[in-house]
Design a protein around this ligand. Sequence first.
Ligand code: ADE
Length: 249
Amino acid sequence: MTTAILSALPEEQSGLVGSLEQARRVTHAGRAFWQGVLHGKPVVLALSGMGKVAAATTATVLVERFGVARIVFTGVAGGLGDGVRVGDVVVALDYVQHDMDVSPLFQRWHVPGYAGVRLPCDAGLSAHLSGAVSACLQSAGGQFYVNSDGRPPQLHRGLVASGDQFVTSAQVSRALRDPLVAAGHDVLAVEMEGAAVAQVCLDYGVPFAAVRTISDRADDDAHVDFPVFIQTVASRYADHIVRHLLELL
Ligand code: ADE
């Protein structure tokens, strides 16, 4: 029962590869996959690449070639929801593709062929992931990120949006969020891969869960906040959360 741990960027994956035992590097479809044992559990570590297509290819390889039992995404996202701040952690319960629009044939954001606008994550795996994040924030929250007002990081659970766009202005962020919220889709965060992996996992019936640490607010400061966060704290979050999760599985 191998667990795939998918990260978007090498900086997010580096700590996990460093802790891997019996490590074996395999390349396939131009990508590197690390097989081995992490905290006593069989895993494959992979980089999704950036954007929906790259992530879908990587997820498909994980299922078809490595026969993984589940896929867990750890990465960063831009905060969209009120009170979702840099350093907070979002566990996705479901996903929407914010750049999918086949209206008027289908409702805006609905990927034809799927049950509705929202692509669900696996409830059981997401509950384990939320438990792992809560345990981390209690035991190691201080090592993560403390906002300028001293507020410790918080866990949010809910809808995450993905699309092939790095959102770097408050105006674009509002244009993305407001119609979703008006349609009853209270979106917490935006990133570029998760919905594609959710879709592939629904196709194959493979459980999927995703955790995203908030690196920026998808606003006019995002281009500065994102690289600083990636280089300084993102991998620490991934290392702790994955260790706690693997202990629960
Ligand atoms: N991932 C992290 N920050 C993001 C942003 N602002 N837009 C899209 N994906 C992101």
